[in-house]
Design a protein around this ligand. Structure first.
Ligand SMILES: Cc1cc2nc3c(=O)[nH]c(=O)nc-3n(C[C@H](O)[C@H](O)[C@H](O)COP(=O)(O)OP(=O)(O)OC[C@H]3O[C@@H](n4cnc5c(N)ncnc54)[C@H](O)[C@@H]3O)c2cc1C
Length: 609
């Protein structure tokens, strides 16, 4: 007799849990580390895993990979529960500084900025949406003084990364790769909302496109970093296959607190590490401190918030800021400036009459979770509810370089408390605006600004490496950014008005932000949407740019086009923080590309073919 489905689900989960323990490179205690490695890579995130894997493949090179977070576990592979991870210790749980011009719907005027603190970094917390950005993004990087970073140079790396699982895309050899470590797939399940969305695009005269191919602008279902319905993080892609490699040591739950730089020669010679015992209330008791030396180079891949933090803690940053904190200056560089993100307009709900959206009471039902656990399909395979996308060049760019994205999520703030609480929404405001429709099915179309002009900054709160840095996103400092998002809202209403969307009985939930109403702004006017967006300014988690790449002549640059820190020897930054301008898409794929290219630059600089 066939076993009931749930038995199979339990068994599969058990097998997976056992396998998990065997898959990842083992953790090395601080005392078990060698005194010296050829390379020390700080941060096992999207970039760090890829880089450590590529460097340790060179015969004779030893690599230490330092990660503050713990191992990645099976529960993190379930696409639909991506949001839940923000509530775990796999998240650094950053918050922006209070603002009176953005994040106004959030508690204290502060937006939550989750970042991955786990083996795999933010590629474990992310929604797995796989977009490279447009050709012009990278040609622009090159034009800004970065030879070797034009699209013709980076496309081979994008292809090298990829193991495309969608047959029709895999067949397109000009644009896609099939031999790389990062699996890219379509989501194995689709709601009727996503199907209608592509129809709506056609109805409005847009093409359905492969946005990672020749033409980016148009409508599409997301390509995702997923294999057969499971998350495929950088840890899965790059580290698990080499878990036994002797030349790579990994130390987890270990914080790099400082790069040790020789003040005379200005050479990075090692990294100071702090390992704190885990567990509640462990505090600093029993922690181990140690300096490990780097024979060749130290490489920071700690992400766009922590890489600049570490540089500043090491005396590399804006002179005045470091002086104020009493940190001896090694190099005066604009570290932490040029902070970019893709901000979006949230808090806009489309109600449907049918049970077609993703509501938590149905999602976390035994049947849906069992379906995922056994077959890796069904609604459980939709990454955080994100299904489809449209890219627009609203400015009429003739090459189709998009400036706006509409992201289709088959749920809303009311579908699942993890959305509301993950954003840190003010609960009174939530109750006033959304509580009355909580029981209804709803979905969202989130307009996202692709090429922000406003640039924020990261600063140290103190010289204590355990205190969180100060984050100033500066959303909408440039008024054009806000105007473009208002255009985005109007565009999304156009999509909702199509016959395809109307067949689902979609209607806008016309609840206005009370503070905007008090200012006399009529719901639906441009002025109203400006005010609304200043309240519901949602991060799309694409923090980047804070260790900007550029030539020495660029006063905003921190690293050169070979990713070496200006004025400091044997020190590089390799992660999303080197992006001089944020690409017009989600940032995970470009970060993989940066790591793969950096590995080749480093090998070249050390005469390895
Ligand atoms: C919630 C969320 C959703 C996202 N969704 C998407 C998406 O769908 N598609 C997409 O393309 N992008 C998405 N992104 C963005 C994308 O994942 C990031 O741009 C990318 O992962 C950045 O890679 P990174 O290597 O620069 O940094 P990370 O991947 O963040 O890696 C940095 C690593 O360094 C470690 N670290 C930091 N400081 C230290 C220290 N001092 N000592 C030791 N270790 C340290 C961290 O713990 C972390 O593991 C999302 C991000 C988040 C957070």
């Amino acid at each position: 007799q066939e076993p009931p489905l749930y038995t199979e689900a339990v068994w599969n989960t058990f097998v997976q849990l056992v396998r998990d323990g065997l898959q990842e490179p083992a953790d090395r205690a601080t005392e078990a580390l060698l005194p010296e490695y050829d390379f020390i890579v700080v941060g096992a995130g999207t970039a760090g895993c890829a880089l450590a894997a590529r460097l340790s493949e060179v015969a004779g090179w030893s690599v230490l990979l330092v990660e503050a977070g713990r191992s990645e576990i099976f529960a993190m592979d379930i696409p639909i529960t991506a949001n839940l991870l923000q509530f775990s210790d796999a998240n650094w749980k950053y918050r922006t500084q209070p603002s009176n011009s953005s994040c106004l719907a959030m508690k204290g005027g502060r937006c939550n900025w989750p970042r991955g603190k786990v083996m795999g970094g933010s590629s474990v917390l992310n929604y797995m949406l796989y977009t490279r950005g447009h050709r012009m993004d990278f040609d622009n990087w090159e034009r800004l003084g970065n030879p070797g970073w034009g699209f013709k140079d980076v496309l081979p790396y994008f292809k090298k990364i990829e193991n495309m699982q969608v047959p029709e895309l895999a067949a397109d050899k000009e644009w896609h790769g099939t031999g790389g470590p990062v699996y890219v797939s379509h989501i194995p399940y689709r709601t009727p909302i996503a199907t209608a969305f592509l129809e709506a695009g056609r109805e409005l005269g847009h093409n359905v496109v492969d946005y990672n191919g020749a033409n980016m602008t148009g409508f599409a279902h997301f390509q995702t970093t997923m294999l057969r319905g499971e998350r495929w993080s950088s840890n899965h892609a790059y580290l698990r296959p080499i878990r036994g490699r002797a030349s790579l040591h990994v130390t987890k739950e270990t914080l790099a607190t400082r790069v040790v730089v020789d003040p005379v020669t200005k050479e990075a010679v090692g990294v100071e590490l702090l390992r704190r015992p885990s567990g509640l209330g462990a505090g600093l008791r029993g922690s181990t401190r140690r300096v490990v030396r780097a024979r060749r180079e130290v490489i920071l891949s700690a992400g766009a918030i922590n890489s600049p933090q570490l540089l500043m803690l090491s005396g590399i940053g804006p002179r005045q800021h470091l002086q104020e904190l009493g940190i001896p200056l090694v190099a005066d560089l604009p570290v932490g400036e040029n902070l970019m993100d893709h901000v979006s307009a949230g808090g806009i709900l489309f109600i449907v009459n049918d049970t077609v959206s993703l509501k938590s009471e149905r999602l976390y039902s035994g049947a849906i979770m069992t379906e995922w656990l056994v077959n890796r399909t069904g609604p459980g395979s939709i990454p955080g509810g994100c299904e489809s996308v449209a890219f627009y060049a609203l400015d009429g760019n003739k090459d189709g370089w998009p400036d706006l994205e509409l992201m289709l999520i088959s749920g809303t703030l009311t579908s699942d408390v993890t959305f509301r609480d993950g954003l840190g929404l003010d609960l009174d405001l939530y109750d006033k605006m959304f509580q009355p429709v909580e029981h209804l099915d709803s979905w969202s179309l989130v307009p996202m600004l692709l090429r922000p002009r406003s640039k924020g900054r990261i600063r140290l709160r103190s010289r204590n490496p355990l205190s969180k840095p100060l984050i100033y996103p500066a959303y909408f400092e440039q008024p054009e950014d806000l105007e473009l998002l208002v255009d985005g809202v109007l565009e999304s209403l156009r999509v909702v008005g199509t016959k395809a969307m109307q067949r689902l009985g979609t209607r806008l939930h016309e609840a206005a932000v009370p503070a905007c109403v008090r200012r006399g702004l009529a719901f639906g006017t441009r002025a109203y949407w400006r005010c609304h967006i200043r309240h519901f300014s949602l991060t799309i988690y694409h923090q980047s740019g804070t260790c900007k790449m550029g030539p020495a002549s660029d006063s905003g640059a921190v690293v050169d086009p070979r990713l070496r820190v200006h004025g400091v020897k044997r020190l590089r930054v390799v992660d999303a923080s080197i992006m001089p301008e944020i690409p017009s898409g989600h940032t995970n794929a470009p970060t993989f590309m940066i790591a793969e290219k950096a590995a080749d630059l480093i090998k070249e600089d050390h005469n390895v073919r």
